[in-house]
Structures are given as C-alpha cells and as structure tokens.
Design a protein around this ligand. Structure first.
Ligand SMILES: [Mn+2]
Length: 379
C-alpha cells in the first residue's frame, strides 16, 4: 500500500494591512499571530511526519510583506526538510514583478508552481502535482491540464486559487465550475481564494477550500483552520481520500445585532449589551455590534462611552448606531391633518389587536409611517 499525507492551508495573507480595524497596535498583534500560525503548523508537520505542506495561494500580501517575514518563513520551511512544501500563487501574491517567489532563494523542498504545462512529480510520494490559474489564466491552463493523461497508479493533486461555482462576474478571480474541475479526474483538489471553508466530493475527487486559517475580517465569521488528509492506494489500485478539517484559529469574528429600545443612557446600553453577550463575549475575539431599535429623541448615544466600557471584555469592538428616534405619538392625537389621522387609526387598531406579533407590526407601522410623513424617508 502506498500513501501520502498532507496539510493543506490557503489564504494566510502574511503581513496583511488589516487597515479596516483602524487600530495599528491590534493589527500588529494580529500580523504576528499569522506567522505564529505557520509556526504551529510547522511543528505539527514535524511531530506527525506529514509528507506535504500544500499552500493554495494568498500565502502573503505581496504589497505589504516585509523581508523579515519572508526570512522567518524560509527558516520555518528549512525545518521542514523532510517535507515538500508546494505553493500556488494567488491574486494577493501573484508571480509578477519583484515577487519574493521570484527574487528570493527558496530551499530545495519548496516548490512554487508557475506553469500549468509542467507537472511536479514527487517520486518519493508517488504523487503528481498539477496547477491551474497560477498566472491568472484559468481557461487556458484548464484546457492544458484537461489534455494531460493522468496515471491511475499515482496520486494526482491539483492546486488552484480561484472562484468556484460563482456567478461569472468580471471581477471574479480565475472563475471555474466544480463540474469542470471534477472532469480533470484528480484525487484531491486543494482550493484557495474563498476565506470560508467549503467542501466538494463527487465520489472520485475530493475538493476542499480550507478558508483562511486565521480569519481576517467581519465577513469571515465561524470556525477557521486547515485541512489535514491522507491519500492511500491499495494493491488493486483502489484509492482512498481521507480529510479532516482542523479548527485552529486563535480568534473569531462576530457580528451581533442588539435592540436597545427603551434604553435611556449609555450605561443602560452597556448593560443591555452585557446581558445579551454575557455568555458569548470572549476576550480573544472581534465584535461588530449594531445597535437597533427605537430610542427617545432626548437620548444622544455616545458610541465612544460604550466602546470604552466594553473594550476590556474583548480583543476588538466596533459599534454602529442603527437606531431610530421613537416618536411621541400622543403629540399627534390632536393633529387635524394626515399625521394625526394616521396615528389615530393605527392606535385604534392597536387597541383591537390581541396578538403580540400583531401589536409589534403595528408599532413598526407607526414608527416607519411617521418617519415617512415627518422626514420624507424611512431609516
Ligand atoms: Mn485571499
């Protein structure tokens, strides 16, 4: 029986700017955690004698990556002298200009894939490595690989950084369908580009996008990590693909909506957030809190006060005020015009309404209706 084991990562984005955080100190901490992530993966590879480290693009942020980071990466890779490291460039680390992929001297165990005509054959592992789209030309590369004869008695792995099964919009990087990739007949397809995990399987090919090992933004909620797997080939040329997602990230992003209706000051808002998030708020994590609901015209929210009160409970917090002003309905009851008529009618309906949901709907109707009548728009 033959076998090859691997760890597959993608979209690490070493030295990412993380400028949307607006906090250079925290961005720095996070950047150090990205290199630390690679270090922990390196240790795991050594401990468990893993044959291949597969990196499916966006390994580093070409625009911002520092020479010292590349040096640290090369030191880690040199510790992996028993392992082959295979890298396919992505749209954030393209094979262009002065890319470190071109200008730096990489160890003999590091293979940077740049040409779909070439197949990297690793005899030791009985494995052929293919790639498409390394230079951003997925269509051309796809037809090249499609015309290649795959050996059934070898393991066939494809690396690809691009967009699978998405609407073919112009700005999608390297778009292709999963059906097209399946028709290549690979054993394992190591995808990259989408920062959240996805998994495809047609019974012959297993295709996984591991997502970013450490999440990099509020659109990357949920678990993050990498894929560990093994391909085996029995005497009768029977192949088996085993993979496991290893949740690994040190921090997570959360988007939370909190209704602060009836709160009269910032302290009450902080209490409302605390009681809502009490179980969930982790000192390691990122929170984006959207405040909603209807609050009194007299209360002017000071976001800074709320952030200051919650800052220590988490790694990072940002708060958006999406509340609306609550109208003083009684004021309209005597109004002879359309606003008064509107309020009187809805309030009559409220009196007759028996269900909780119905009353809630009428309250919203009153709020939004008055917003429209007063302001000529609805928030
Ligand atoms: Mn990426």
């Amino acid at each position: 029986m033959k076998q090859v084991s691997f760890i597959h990562i993608a979209d690490l984005h070493l030295d990412a700017a993380l400028s949307t955080l607006g906090d250079e100190n925290k961005a720095n901490i996070r950047r150090n955690e990205l290199i630390k992530c690679l270090q922990i993966i390196t240790e795991r590879i050594i401990d468990q004698n893993i044959d291949l480290l597969i990196i499916s693009g966006d390994f580093f942020e070409d625009k911002y990556v520092r020479g010292s980071t590349i040096l640290a990466v090369k030191n880690l890779f040199s510790e992996l002298y028993k392992t082959d490291v295979i890298i396919c460039p992505g749209n954030h680390d393209p094979l262009e200009g002065n890319s470190y992929y071109r200008t730096s001297e990489w160890g003999s165990n590091v293979h940077i894939l740049d040409d779909s005509q070439q197949v990297l054959y690793l005899e030791k592992y009985n494995t052929c490595i293919y790639n498409i789209g390394s230079r951003g030309n997925v269509k051309k590369d796809y037809s090249i690989v499609l015309n290649k004869e795959l050996s059934n008695d070898k393991f066939n792995i494809l690396l690809f950084h691009g967009t699978v099964d998405m609407p073919f919009e112009e700005d999608n990087y390297n778009p292709i369908t999963s059906k097209e990739i399946f028709s290549l007949g690979m054993d394992y397809v190591a995808l990259g580009h989408m920062h959240c995990y996805s998994h495809y399987n047609n019974g012959k090919t297993v295709m996984i996008n591991p997502g970013s090992p450490e999440p990099l933004g509020f659109d990357e909620e949920g678990q993050h990590g990498f894929v560990q797997g093994k391909l085996t080939l029995s005497e009768g040329n029977q192949k088996r693909v085993e993979t496991e997602f290893i949740a690994f990230a040190t921090r997570h992003y959360h988007n939370v909506e909190i209704d602060i209706s009836e709160c009269l000051n910032d302290i009450e808002v902080v209490d409302r957030i605390n009681s809502d998030l009490m179980v969930k708020m982790s000192s390691a994590d990122f929170y984006s809190i959207s405040l909603k609901g209807f609050i009194s015209k007299e209360y002017k929210i000071e976001i800074r006060n709320i952030i200051d009160a919650l800052n220590k409970k988490c790694f990072y917090i940002r708060i958006k005020n999406n509340t609306s002003v609550k109208f003083d309905y009684d004021k309209y009851l005597e109004d002879p015009g359309i606003k008064g008529e509107f309020v009187r009618r809805i309030m009559d309906m409220q009196v007759k309404e028996t269900s909780e949901v119905g009353r809630e709907t009428l309250f919203m109707a009153l709020q939004y209706g008055l917003q429209a009548l007063e302001n000529g728009r609805v928030d």
